[in-house]
Ligand binder design. Structure first.
Ligand code: ATP
Ligand code: MG
Length: 353
């Protein structure tokens, strides 16, 4: 059931629309990531949902009620910021208790709810410390406890892990998802780290220039990107050129990739030249040079479980292939040698429109 809805939400700064008629429906308990490059409008959208910025058009609805005209403290939302934004002169207990005090909750209840929130983020015993006496990860957990303690309807996280080192980041993201699922709270998680978004989200909203390009599960976003931008932004892709030999039917065309012909499930105009995308892990290497597109092994990089092969075709174009070492022993592939590559035509991704 829809729980948080954005309907044609617009934000304009200095006559430039930075959020363009955005529509979004999030179900109760769902974790949706906003993923997109710097400046695409992630923080602006989050701030409009939280109430720190007014909308210049459209509606925001939570649990059936419009909230876009309410002040932030009446919206029942918990927010976690990139820089934690803890009050430096307050202890951990006071930081977490702050929102409850504002809401005039009784002393006894504040005590038990702060204790519960700190337990959830595994910081029981840290009540008397000040933020400067905590590590980055601990400060981020206090910030999460402070957001959750008010029992918000929606949790908003703006790049909450970007100040942490890679390993801690991974641990914290698992912790956040565990807590999110346990509490069952509807959550928006802003990130520009695609791996993070793929790992934690129920659905990802890929944003570009103030719009949502695609809203889908991580698997769908990765395997079936709908636009050129999503194909290039999520994961890695090779761009390969196909020359249309002839259309075969309404749904199929014969396409030549550097002389290697394949049937592609799309109707394409005769003699057209189309760019396709193919992910490095979808390329198969055959040690026999005449078994597909002939390429030279320019370089190989052993990456532990897999090897990355940088291949060069006769037009001097580089194609990257990632092959698990259990599938192809890298010792059998010599740099400078000719091999051939292939792919399944159904693994070709959305192309330029
Ligand atoms: N207060 C403001 N006044 C004018 N322009 C602004 C303001 N806040 C944001 N912008 C502009 O709006 C656009 C969207 O900014 P926003 O902060 O939402 O991006 P973002 O997706 O969060 O980027 P990042 O990943 O860098 O945090 C940017 O072009 C930014 O320069
Ligand atoms: Mg931002």
């Amino acid at each position: 059931m829809s729980y948080l809805c954005l309907e044609n939400v617009v934000k304009t700064f200095n006559k430039t629309e930075v959020v363009k008629k955005m529509n979004l429906v999030i179900k109760q308990g769902e974790l949706v990531s906003f993923l997109g490059p710097s400046g695409c409008g992630k923080t602006t959208t989050l701030n409009m949902i939280a109430g720190f910025l007014d909308v210049d058009g459209g509606k925001i609805v939570v649990d059936g009620k419009p909230v876009h005209l309410l002040p932030p403290n009446k919206r029942e939302m918990g927010m976690v910021f990139q820089n934690y934004a803890l009050f430096p002169h307050m202890t951990v207990f006071e930081n977490v208790a702050y929102g409850l005090k504002l809401r005039k909750v009784s002393k006894d209840e504040i005590k038990s709810r702060v204790a519960e929130a700190l337990e959830m983020v595994r910081l029981t015993g840290y009540e008397k410390r000040f933020p400067k006496e905590l590590s980055g990860g601990q400060q981020q957990r206090v910030s999460l406890a402070r957001a959750l303690v008010i029992k918000p309807k929606v949790l908003l996280l703006d790049e909450p892990l970007s100040n942490l080192d890679a390993k801690l980041r991974q641990e914290m993201r698992e912790e956040i998802v565990d807590i999110q699922k346990k509490v069952g709270i509807t959550t928006i998680f802003v990130t520009h780290d695609q791996e993070e978004a793929l790992a934690i989200s129920d659905r990802i909203a890929v944003m570009y220039e103030g719009r949502i390009e695609q809203l889908d599960t991580p698997v769908e976003i990765y395997n079936h990107p709908h636009t050129d931008f999503v194909s290039r932004f999520i994961g890695e892709v090779n761009q390969v050129q196909g020359k249309v030999v002839k259309p075969l039917s309404e749904k199929e065309s014969l396409v030549s990739f550097y002389g290697y012909e394949q049937i592609v499930t799309r109707h394409l105009a005769e003699n057209g030249v189309i760019d396709f995308y193919i992910r490095p892990e979808k390329i198969h290497i055959s040690l026999e040079p005449n078994n597909g597109i002939k390429v030279k092994v320019d370089r190989k990089m052993f990456l532990g479980a897999k090897t990355r092969y940088i291949l060069q075709n006769k037009e001097n174009k580089h194609i990257i292939a990632d092959i698990p070492n259990t599938v192809l022993n890298p010792d059998h592939v010599q740099e400078g040698k000719d091999v051939s590559i292939q792919w399944n035509p159904e693994d070709l991704l959305a192309t330029k429109k």
